[in-house]
Design a protein. Structure first.
Length: 207
């Protein structure tokens, strides 16, 4: 009987000391501004940060884009509506345009006005409630029309892939173009480009 009790105690002790998921890999905190342990040949998190910061600085230093009209800051739309992905990599385009818009909005300090065209449906619904008398007019009052924009972000993500059957290496050239175009005349008032090429033996799966 004593031997049986000792055996049960030994098994229970082993069960409590064995760490959960012993064969797994512990979570690793990764700085989004630098490459992490999982990397491929496509657009990575550090590229999203780097390109949005680079484009933001370039836009703010473009007099044609930043020029005030009759003393008023230019109105811009920065979203993924005119930003296409023609590359071989699936990517959420909002990752790029959202970060660019937020960075521009904060850094411009009122020198640009941002039109939230992605919120147009919510704006129209609220305007209808106010004008029907269902709600009051709020604290800022009503406008005759919603805000129109002067410029809008456009652009394209493109890539060129190569693979060597001999070495098994995959190489990809990625080019991301950004443009701000005049919504009245169609003139392109600013252009920027971000490009890189990477090669790897075992590419990762992007989702």
């Amino acid at each position: 009987m004593a031997a049986l009790v000792a055996l049960v105690a030994l098994v229970a002790g082993c069960a409590t000391t064995t760490p959960p998921n012993a064969s797994g890999v512990a979570t690793i905190a990764v700085n989004p501004g630098v490459g992490g342990p999982v990397q491929g040949v496509g657009i990575e998190g550090q590229d999203v940060i780097g390109m949005s910061d680079q484009m933001m600085r370039d836009m703010l230093n473009t007099p044609r884009l930043m020029q005030a009209h009759q003393g008023k800051a230019p109105r811009v739309i920065v979203d993924a509506g005119q930003f296409s992905n023609d590359s071989s990599q699936p990517i959420n385009r909002n990752l790029i345009t959202d970060r660019l818009r937020v960075a521009l909005n904060r850094a411009s300090s009122g020198r640009l006005q941002f039109v939230g065209r992605q919120y147009a449906q919510a704006v129209e619904a609220e305007r209808a409630l106010k004008r029907a008398g269902t709600t009051d007019v709020g604290t800022t009052g009503m406008t005759r029309a919603v805000m129109g924009a002067d410029y809008r972000l456009g652009g394209r993500i493109a890539s060129l892939d190569q693979r060597s059957g001999k070495s098994g290496l995959t190489q990809r050239y990625t080019q991301i173009t950004f443009e701000m175009f005049d919504l009245e005349s169609g003139e392109i008032v600013w252009s920027g480009i971000y490009e890189f090429a990477r090669a790897a033996g075992d590419d990762v799966v992007y989702r």
